[in-house]
Structures are given as C-alpha cells and as structure tokens.
Design a protein around this ligand. Sequence first.
Ligand code: DAU
Length: 334
Amino acid sequence: MRWLVTGGLGFIGSTFVRLLLRERPEVEVVNLDAMTYAGNPANLADVAHDPRYRFVKGSIGDPTAVDAAIADGVDAIVNFAAETHVDRSILEPEAFLRTDILGTHTLLEAVRARGIRRFLQVSTDEVYGDVPSGASREGDPLRPRSPYSASKAGGDLQVLAYHATYATPVLITRGSNTYGPRQYPEKLVPLFVTNLLDDATVPLYGDGLQIRDWLHVDDHARGILSVLERGEIGGVYNLGGGNLRTNLELTRVLLDACGRTMTTHVRHVADREGHDRRYALDASKAHALGWQPQVAFEEGLRATVRWYRDNESWWRPLKSGEFLEYYRRQYAHR
Ligand code: DAU
C-alpha cells in the first residue's frame, strides 16, 4: 500500500507520518509538502532516509505537484496541508482560501480522476464556531467566525459535496486544539513555553477565560488513523481531547512548569478580533471506532514543556527572521 500524506512536514502531519512508518510496515508514505513557514524538514529528519518514505516538494493547489506525488499510484490521501493560524488569517486571509479551499479542491479532483480509494480531510472543531454550552456533534450546523475557520469549513463542504455528487470516497476528522512536540511557536502552547524558557512575558488575550478542548498530538494522529482505517465512507468524525480548560488555567500549568509567575510573566493584551469563546466536541462517534485519547492532560503538557526545554535546537532557529516580523506585527501594538 502507498499513502499520500500532504503537509507531512507540519506538526500533526509529521507525527502521523512517523506513526505510519512505525506501526504500519505494509504502508509506504509519500509526503507532499510546500515547505511554507511551518513545514519544517527537521520534523522528519529521523525518517528522511527510510526506504518506505518519499518526499515531494509542492503545494496541494498545484495540479502538477499533486500529479508528481501520485504518479506511482496511491491507495489513500490524508490531507494535513493547510494554513492553520487564526491570527495570521485575520492579518492576511487570502492564502487561507487558496490552500484550505482551492488546494482541497485540487486534491479532490486528483482522487476523482485516479479513482483513489480513500480521501481523508483533516479539519477542525473551529468550523462549528463558538459553542457557549454543550458539545458539537458532527451533524451540527457550521458557523465559522474567522477567515481561517471559514476556509476550513469551505474545504469540508467541498469534500462532502464530492461525496454526494461523484461518490468520492471521503472521510473528515475534526480535531480539537492540539499540543505536543514540534508545534510551530506561533500557537499558544509553544509560543508561551518558548517565551517562558527565555524568561520573556507571554501575551494573554482578553480575560483569558476562553475555553479550548486540548488533545495530545499523538492521540490526534492515532485518531486520524482509526478513522482512515475504520470510519464509514462519507462520514465526519470529531476528535476531541475531552480536556476543557480556560487559557488562564492552561497558562498557570505552563508558568508552574517553567518556574515563572503570573505577575511577572503574563502580559494582558487586547483580545483577538471575533475571538470564539468556547469550543467543545462530542467525540462519541470516534470512540465507537475504538479510539480514545491516551495522554493525561497535565502530564502531557508537562512532558511537552520538557520537550521544548530539551530541544532548544529545534525551536531556536524558528524564532528568527519571518517569525520576528510576524511577532512584531501581531503583538507590538497590543
Ligand atoms: O481548535 C482547533 C484549532 O486550534 C486548530 O484548527 C487551529 O489550526 C489551531 O491554531 C488552534 O486554534 P486556536 O486559535 O484555538 O489556537 P491558538 O494556539 O492560536 O490559541 C489558543 C487560545 O489561546 C485562543 O483562545 C487564543 C489564545 N491565545 C493565543 C495566542 C497565540 C492567547 O491568549 N495569546 C496568544 O498569543
């Protein structure tokens, strides 16, 4: 079997590629990745020479690159490739529409033309929009509220439309906030941890009482594999960690793990525009496939802090150049 993973140099994609190479000896992996700012070759340096792994540089929105990646035939495509950061989507939405909607469309066309047997779209709980109470189920209406989540919802709707129209064999996973090793340091957990390790302050948006549902990246990757192997074609599956925490609660654990305090190291800054207050997922459909998150939250978070502490050579080069310019643009005026 040969599977195409797109965006395999990213945070969740690289974790998934490593999982496949470790636990599915019958599977060869082709990784199509555009190597934009968050696609990092260091994420897969340990498997780069594995004979079951092949890398193709290119964007999912480029039909020629997609053709090159699937030229030898593939049995499945798992689409991790996306623009993913909400704050960047507020600054510059266009790339999000291009990759998350049009890129998804290019892949769907390839699946249709080549008769590929499975297409799994990696999506997000953010497509449901703000969830003041209860938990989102897969059939709930999509009410995205940021350019990022609206682009992901657009991708999901294309995927479902291809299933209805062309009987394209699709699956969708909607994951909750993911944390763990190798996450680009623009997101809350790696940004806060690396700032704290540097004895710098962390910028907490608004009152910090926004709620997210946290899922370890290993659990997320395993959930995607379960859905790919056992999900019902045409189905959508929520992958929620079941760890609802306010940003303030999460920040307290990070401060403690880094030996810092709220008064000295937290900078309260203006809230994100259109900030969703709360996400929560009902993941019982995925649980029925036999998937359950394994990593206990506080323990997983502390292990993640240790990973960043022990792997400074991974994140230090990322916090320079383009990142510093983004950081200034995003935070200097707040
Ligand atoms: O829910 C799944 C989503 O989780 C994924 O689809 C997205 O790709 C991923 O970026 C993430 O979205 P969030 O916007 O929830 O993640 P982020 O790490 O940017 O922010 C988490 C929370 O922390 C959110 O309420 C905003 C807040 N925050 C974030 C940053 C970067 C801060 O208070 N300060 C910050 O500097």
